[in-house]
Design a protein around this ligand. Structure first.
Ligand SMILES: [Zn+2]
Length: 91
């Protein structure tokens, strides 16, 4: 007992919920638990405080981001669009 084989953190679910869902959870959990880069001091000291809230343990900078990672593909696109709209005059 206690073996997690290749399922990692999702081993606690046993054989429930299906392999695909567990793989997805594993991916999400691994990205939410690793340290992320702080946009303020650029050190990898950012921890997830709660869903969508991230805090740097070095400089205390707290910011919002994706639910499971500070940057989401959708968020990057939104940011790029916002920057473009801010820099371009309206046509
Ligand atoms: Zn920081």
């Amino acid at each position: 007992m206690g073996r997690t084989k290749k399922v990692g953190s999702t081993g606690r679910f046993g054989t429930r919920y299906g392999a695909t869902i567990r793989k997805r959870i594993k991916k999400i959990e691994s990205v939410s638990k690793i340290k992320h880069q702080c946009p303020s001091c650029n050190l990898n000291k950012v921890n997830r405080v709660s869903i969508g809230i991230w805090e740097c343990s070095f400089c205390g900078f707290r910011f919002t981001g994706g639910s499971w990672s500070p940057e989401t593909p959708g968020g990057k696109i939104a940011l790029r669009t916002a920057k473009r709209l801010a820099s371009e005059p309206e046509t």
